[in-house]
Ligand binder design. Structure first.
Ligand code: UT7
Length: 332
């Protein structure tokens, strides 16, 4: 009997505070028409003052565990994907662990940005199929708003990001043909500097100074056009690789859950692969790019809307900083 990893509960959390394109246009030189035309984004959510990454993670994780009928004592390993941890060190996972009351379990951060949750699914899959763990909690949580520069030189980056958290409870199953069927992961470090926040750097002495603090290195910088072109080239390749490994075809897939970096990227990929619109769930218009929280947000919403049921075949895929790409095929 072969072992697989199956998602038994999902959770998603966004703060109440809606920030529209018009709100941003009051702070920087941008406008609703440009943002909607180039990205598809209408609004995003920002945390209220005092709400932490761990606060959001707690909401999403609690809902995922509840749906699975699990409590903290059932969790054997905790994986936390984020690029915006509450502390520089230790990692975010121990804080989430403490908040949820999880004991005697490894708590690990995954620093893979937009593909972080997908890398987390792959890690959970391997942990479970190896026989080492039976129940893994995976959380993706991001506060992007506190890391954005509200100045014209950063307007290409600032308008696309938002805050959110998502979580999956993932468990061992021996049901045939159910759970995570395959994954494909890729990285290309040649482009690591093309989408990055360069400060703080350990090789600077000291690593934070007034000089660095006043430089643009403390803000995220992105070669947007390059990211766009690489994403539309890479996503079909990584999706096809994962489908091939799962032994299924593109037509077998019921729902495509793409990372939400730019609606135009997803439309481009869907049209180049002849994927019909009704098989793609996008929520970027409401939340922007929430990095490691995006994939669980899309799947959670698609489930709630009835687009993912028991037996549905889901293809989740993303591309982002690193550059990294990933695709995961799941039979729900
Ligand atoms: O998850 C992270 C991965 N990131 C991505 O996947 C992002 C991929 N890239 C993109 O989504 C697009 O490159 C952007 C949406 C970020 C930018 O769109 P673009 O069509 O590539 O625009 P651009 O950067 O080439 O800029 C075109 C023009 C420039 O003005 P000029 O030089 O033509 O006068 C920019 O200054 O648009 C201007 N611009 C803006 N105007 C209004 C850039 N950002 C803005 C803005 N509002 N927010």
């Amino acid at each position: 009997m072969s072992i697989r990893a199956r998602v038994t509960g999902t959770g998603f959390f966004v703060p109440d505070n809606v920030v529209t394109n018009d709100d941003l246009a009051k702070l920087i030189n941008t406008n609703d028409e440009w943002i909607q035309q180039r990205t598809g984004i209408r609004e995003r959510r920002y945390v209220p003052e005092g709400m932490s990454n761990v606060d959001m993670a707690e909401h999403a994780a609690t809902d995922a565990m509840k749906e699975a009928g699990r409590t903290a004592s059932d969790v054997q390993a905790l994986l936390a994907a984020t690029l915006s941890p509450d502390y520089t060190f230790p990692s975010n996972a121990p804080f989430i662990q403490e908040r949820l009351g999880i004991r005697n379990a490894p708590a690990i951060d995954l620093r893979n940005q937009c593909t972080g949750f997908l890398y987390g699914l792959a890690t959970a899959d391997v942990f479970i199929r190896s026989g080492r763990y039976e129940r893994v909690l995976l959380v993706g949580s991001e506060i992007q708003s506190s890391g954005m520069e509200f100045a014209d030189r950063s307007r290409d980056v600032t308008v696309i990001f938002g805050d959110a958290a998502g979580a999956f409870m993932i468990e061992k199953t021996e049901e045939p043909d159910r759970g995570i069927l395959s994954f494909a992961l890729r990285g290309d470090g040649r482009s690591a500097d093309d989408l990055a926040t360069r400060a703080e750097r350990a090789y600077e002495m000291p690593r934070l100074s007034m000089e660095i603090f006043e430089s643009e290195d403390i803000w995220p910088r992105m070669k947007g056009r390059k990211v766009f072109l690489e994403a539309v080239r890479e996503l079909p390749e990584i999706i096809n690789k994962a489908l091939e490994r799962a032994g299924v075809t593109l037509d077998d897939v019921d729902l495509f859950a793409f990372h939400q970096a730019n609606l135009r990227i997803n439309q481009w990929v869907a049209s180049s692969m002849n994927i019909p619109d009704e098989k793609v769930w996008n929520n970027i218009e409401r939340y922007g790019n929430t990095t490691a929280a995006t994939i669980p947000s899309v799947i959670h919403e698609a489930r709630q809307a009835g687009f993912v049921k028991d037996g549905s075949l889901v293809c989740a895929a993303g591309f982002g900083a690193g550059f990294t790409s990933a695709a995961v095929i799941v039979r729900w």
